[in-house]
Write a protein that binds this ligand. Structure first.
Ligand SMILES: [Zn+2]
Ligand SMILES: [Zn+2]
Length: 340
């Protein structure tokens, strides 16, 4: 049986190990993707540390996959061998539960997640359900496309569904893996874009401006919510950094009927009083990335508008090093494993 290079986690909390595994065969409704690049996402910690109930080991992590279709199952009609594609967090849905019957596939009650429900993209090949695949424009290089499959789609899809219209003020909290993409998307979607970061160093403020922010707020300099209100208040605040205390403060920076949208996962509770929401009809909402078609939209919009992630590249064999760089917060801003 032909073998492939892969990096797997042998058990919950175990170290990454470079291994040879049999190249998997696609089932009837699956496709096999030859992986070119795979992003390292903070959610890979779920695989590494065994934080996902029922996860089977050994497990190959990785849900920011860019590559080409290499083989298709007998029942697959919509994909062809050789097509450039991406696979993200959304790893398939059941088509029969109530949310699926309403066409809301990302809310599927039996939804699969790439690398949690089946092996992911820290490998030369990956097999995924056909409905989990997104077509990828030729002009996007695989290394820059990979992070768009989770980080990119999450902020893109949250922003385009948050209710802001062209010209509205939109604030992006955090300028990291998610936020540096959020600032670019907000600008390219036609919003008055305010970046909220920590510190005034030229690196932060200058970077925010370079990414397209019209204004920059330093959340270390005082209440960012007040500062945002002084700038007119935001129709939407997209919270990308997992800092529940500073996120709670931003409710006061929302315009009337404004919405705080959460995509960064922090462990601490938000501290928001009913009165902060009621009289001004403000709302707080979470947003769960999107389907493969949403990923496709993300890729097309990025190709069209020039939105690109800032990345650090590592060879597949150095996945542990790349993962450590991401976990210690030193990566600027997404780590990508170069597979082939
Ligand atoms: Zn992710
Ligand atoms: Zn379903």
């Amino acid at each position: 049986m032909a073998k492939m290079k892969a990096v797997q986690v042998p058990k919950p909390g175990g170290n990454f190990e470079a291994v040879e595994r049999p190249i998997p065969e696609p089932g009837r409704a699956q496709v096999r993707v030859k992986v070119e690049a795979c992003g390292v996402c903070h959610s890979d910690v779920l695989v590494k540390d065994g934080l996902w109930p029922g996860l089977q080991y050994p497990r190959i992590p990785g849900h920011e996959i860019a590559g080409r279709i290499d083989a298709v199952g007998a029942d697959v009609t919509q994909w062809k061998v050789g097509q450039r594609v991406g696979v993200g967090w959304h790893g398939g849905h059941c088509f029969v539960c109530d949310p699926c019957r309403r066409g809301d596939f990302i809310l599927c009650k039996n939804g699969k997640v790439t690398s949690l429900s089946f092996d992911g993209g820290y490998a030369e090949y990956v097999v995924v359900p056909a409905e989990a695949v997104a077509a990828m424009p030729e002009e996007l290089p695989a290394d820059e496309a990979a992070p768009l499959m989770c980080a990119g789609i999450t902020v893109f899809n949250a922003l385009r569904n948050a209710g802001a219209r062209a010209g509205d003020t939109v604030a992006i909290q955090g300028i990291g893996g998610l936020g540096h993409l959020g600032v670019q998307y907000a600008r390219q979607m036609g919003f008055r874009t305010i970046a909220i970061g920590r510190g005034t160093g030229a690196d932060k403020q200058g970077l925010a401006k370079k990414l397209g922010a019209h204004e920059y707020i330093d959340s270390d300099a005082g209440s960012a919510g007040d500062a945002l209100q002084k700038l007119g208040g935001a129709k939407v605040v997209l919270a990308t950094a997992p800092d529940s205390k500073s996120i709670s403060n931003l409710v006061d920076g929302l315009a009337p009927a404004g919405k705080l949208v959460l995509v960064g996962v922090g462990p601490d509770p938000l501290n928001i009083t009913p009165l902060q929401l009621i009289l001004t009809r403000r709302a707080v909402q979470g947003w769960p990335s999107g389907t493969s078609k949403d990923s496709e939209d993300t890729l097309l919009f990025s190709a069209l508008s020039g939105v690109r992630p800032m990345i650090e590249r590592y060879p597949l064999e150095k996945a542990a090093e790349g993962y450590a760089q991401m976990m210690n917060g030193k990566a600027r801003f997404r780590v990508v494993l170069m597979v082939s």
